[in-house]
Write a protein that binds this ligand. Structure first.
Ligand SMILES: NC(=O)c1ccc[n+]([C@@H]2O[C@H](COP(=O)([O-])OP(=O)(O)OC[C@H]3O[C@@H](n4cnc5c(N)ncnc54)[C@H](O)[C@@H]3O)[C@@H](O)[C@H]2O)c1
Length: 394
């Protein structure tokens, strides 16, 4: 195990110690080993749960500025390079880099990854603002690298079933689409500030950047692109403890309700995208509901294995189905058990690898760079809508 300091070149021979199991191993590096870096590391550690998945993924290199974070990765045998300089990691023998750093660093690091000739699994929101997202997108096109952006909830069976039912049709005239992602831990005013609550690091878009792509991934994949938006944005607590006995300014949007219109077969249909850090009782609740005159679907991670279908047979009713784990990428336990956050995150990583290797075969894939860019167009329009108190055409 090497712990590299900035300026020292890594020993490129080290990667030869990576075990090859199966036909091929995709070598991953992580830049930003914090919350999500460690979630990804745990997913790589469970790769064997994927059934007959002929490509392995190995985490071989990690970069973080925080020595205690790097220390955590020492327990992983596959990791051969630990460094505090991401340029060192980009010189290392990795195929793909997963980048999970604060939003103000996305643009520079994503572009450096692409220019270093690596493929990129980006974290949302894909830059702190529209200009950054456009720049990253431009470089992704120029370099031709494989780029996808993290959004894992659509890989849950309930989300997949909603997508399948919508694509099968039979909903009649679509009345409305509601998609959202809700949190509540910020309701505690004594929760100390962190970078996610400061515009300088998180971006002016605030909660939309944090949660918005999660809520938009499915609608965009279904072709439901917002044509316009009227946004209601809220800043609720303006100061939080700074962790040093004082108070720090908390200047990002906490809650965002985006009222959009989408075009479905020539009709303008309302779609709401709801992202909230202060939604009482909601702990990481991702949901989607699509209702039509004749049918519809509703799924929320609040009831993670319960899927609702609106039915109209004389009476109107919800058909309630218990879901197993019929995942996008089959797993060893098939449909027997129910999935959670780590499972959909692993599914997302597996879909990334399958698509990159050319065997996704029409199954649901990760959010594309274009979808991430489209989400920023909406967030940018939402900022303008809130400022001007008007509907903004996108
Ligand atoms: N997909 C999801 O469900 C999900 C959930 C939470 C966060 N995220 C996203 O993941 C990203 C990271 O969020 P997080 O919650 O893991 O944050 P975090 O603060 O827990 O981790 C970020 C890490 O980046 C490191 N870092 C900062 N600057 C760096 C640099 N120059 N080089 C290397 N490392 C550096 C920090 O030391 C920290 O360990 C963000 O884009 C966030 O929006 C995604």
């Amino acid at each position: 195990m090497m712990v590299k300091q900035p300026g020292k070149r890594p020993n490129l021979l080290m990667n030869k110690t990576v075990d090859k199991v199966g036909n091929r191993t995709v070598k991953f590096g992580i830049i930003g080993g914090g919350l999500m870096g460690r979630e990804a590391a745990s997913a790589f550690g469970r790769w064997f749960v994927l059934n007959n998945f002929h490509v392995k993924a190995a985490l071989v290199a990690v970069c973080d500025l925080n020595p205690s974070i790097l220390e955590w990765y020492k327990q992983l045998d596959s990791v051969k390079l630990l460094t505090s300089d991401y340029h060192e990691l980009l010189q290392y023998d990795v195929d793909v880099v997963y980048v999970a750093v604060p939003h103000h660093l996305h643009e520079q690091i994503y572009i450096d990854v692409l220019r270093a000739g690596k493929d990129l699994l980006a974290e949302k929101p894909f830059g702190k603002d529209l200009a950054a997202a456009e720049n990253i997108y431009k470089v992704s096109q120029e370099t031709g690298r494989f780029v996808r952006c993290s959004s894992e909830f659509p890989f849950l069976p309930g989300a997949q079933k909603a997508i399948k039912k919508y694509n099968e049709g039979g909903f009649g005239k679509i009345l409305e689409i509601k998609s959202g992602f809700l949190h509540s831990s910020d309701l505690d005013p004594d929760k100390p500030i962190n970078w996610k609550r400061q515009a300088a690091f998180c971006g002016e878009i605030g909660v939309m950047g944090d949660l918005g792509l999660h809520a938009l991934h499915v609608p965009l994949r279904l072709g439901l692109r917002p044509l316009n938006v009227y946004a209601q944005l809220q800043k609720i607590y303006t100061h939080r403890p700074d962790g040093k006995g004082g108070l720090a300014v908390c200047d990002t949007w906490d809650n965002a309700m985006l009222c959009c219109k989408v075009d479905i077969a020539g009709e303008k249909v309302p779609m709401t995208i709801e992202t909230k850090r202060m939604a009482p009782t909601e702990t990481n609740t991702w949901f989607i509901q699509i209702l039509g005159t004749d049918g519809g679907v509703s799924y929320s991670t609040k009831e993670p294995k319960t899927f609702y279908e609106f039915q109209k047979n004389g009476e109107q009713s919800w058909l309630k189905t218990d879901l197993g784990f019929n995942s996008v990428i089959p797993t060893i336990t098939g449909g027997i058990f129910e999935p959670g956050f780590p499972d959909c995150f692993l599914q997302m990583l597996a879909a990334f690898v399958a698509e990159r290797e050319g065997f996704l075969n029409g199954r649901f894939g990760c959010a594309t760079a274009e979808e991430a860019l489209l989400s920023h167009r909406l967030f940018d329009a939402a900022l303008r809508s809130d400022k001007e108190k008007t509907v903004i055409t996108i």
